[in-house]
Ligand binder design. Structure first.
Ligand SMILES: *[C@@H]1O[C@H](CO)[C@@H](O)[C@H](O)[C@H]1NC(C)=O
Length: 339
């Protein structure tokens, strides 16, 4: 009889433990997993990366750009450069599913560094040459800082669009981080805080129904600025959304939050000019009315790093790359440097 409470305790612990575990991901191309419909490359560690090409054919291109998608997106959410501009300038665009999204294998060991090295392997597998252009949006924008740190010698130029800021990066004045932090809804402070302080709780936090979880995952309209609301019709092309989270939310969305808001050992403020000879440029774009990713941290990075060419859009929200003609403006400034 004495052992009963202890048994009950062990049973309860096991129950809690089960609740905290995410179900295993559904691996593309395996029995029970989603089908593989796109071309993929095999990385050195055996994982596959699915990719999508647009613009002019690779062999005829004058400019090769790799695009990195944001949170809850996939390879088809590439920057929508007009076919006219692509033809005129000879632009080839390559985008890929980040690990755990769409048809790219999950990468439970992924870090802010590993994704930069994945890009390098992708570029080499597709023979893009010694240097290429990079652009990334939102959570993919945040990873552009990693690429500047880990593969600067492979880059011709970079455009960073509405990048997520990690509130725990070092070197930011407390008021700048706090201002940015406070733009978020209470539920997002919790979701982001859990991803940083207790990543092992991330799955449960976002799966439970007691408290509201991340408003970004739930498409809460409260985080859409007026400019973003007006852009919703521009997303009508997204007929592929069922692919985005098809492996499960844990290795796609939750893993993204754990890395993006995780404990980085360095800060973008410590980066050095990747193009000291002026052979390339780093452009940073951010909407001043962004309610999804507050502008404050980007503004501070731009003030601190004189080699960053900063474009703050006074009336834009988070989704500005989708605005009519904007993709062409961004790409022209990246490739031609006339702005
Ligand atoms: C933070 O404080 C500094 C110094 O007091 C001030 O110059 C700056 O404008 C403040 N920034 C924000 C975003 O409040």
């Amino acid at each position: 009889m004495k052992r009963l409470p202890r048994l009950a305790f062990v049973f309860l612990l096991a129950l809690v433990y089960r609740q905290l575990q995410a179900p295993p991901p559904k691996i593309p191309g395996t029995p029970g997993g989603p089908p593989v419909t796109s071309p993929r490359i095999r990385l050195k560690d055996g994982r596959h990366l699915a990719y999508h090409e647009s613009g002019v054919p690779r062999e005829q291109a004058r400019y090769r750009i790799i695009f990195m998608h944001g949170f809850d997106s996939c390879r088809y959410d590439v920057l929508r450069v007009s076919p006219e501009l692509a033809r005129e300038l000879g632009i080839y665009l390559l985008s890929f599913d980040r690990p755990g999204y769409g048809e790219s294998d999950p990468h439970p060991a992924r870090t802010e560094k590993s994704v930069a090295l994945d890009i390098e392997q992708l570029a080499d597998a597709l023979e893009l040459g010694p240097r290429f252009y990079l652009t990334g949006f939102s959570m993919g924008g945040e990873i552009m800082w990693s690429c500047l740190k880990y593969i600067p010698h492979r880059l011709s130029g970079v455009a960073i669009l509405g990048p997520v800021g990690n509130f725990w990066w070092s070197g930011f004045p407390a008021n700048v981080t706090l201002d940015a932090w406070n733009v978020q809804l209470a539920q997002d402070k919790w979701a982001v805080g859990v991803a940083h302080h207790a990543p092992w709780l991330t799955y449960w936090w976002n799966a439970q129904k007691l408290f509201p979880a991340s408003s970004v995952i739930a498409f809460n309209p409260a985080i859409m600025s007026r400019a973003d609301m007006a852009l919703i019709p521009a997303f009508a092309y997204r007929t592929h959304t069922h692919q985005v989270r098809q492996q499960g939310e844990y290795e796609s969305l939750h893993r993204d939050m754990m890395v993006g808001f995780g404990k980085w050992s360095w800060s973008p403020l410590e980066l050095e000019d990747p193009f000291p000879g002026g052979e390339g440029k780093v452009h940073l774009w951010h909407g001043a009315e962004d309610l999804i990713v507050p502008v404050g941290m980007s503004r501070y990075i731009a003030q601190s790093l004189p080699w960053v060419r900063y474009h703050e859009l006074p009336t834009a929200g988070h989704l500005f790359p989708m605005a009519e003609g904007m993709a062409d403006v961004i790409v022209k400034s990246l490739l031609l440097g006339d702005d």
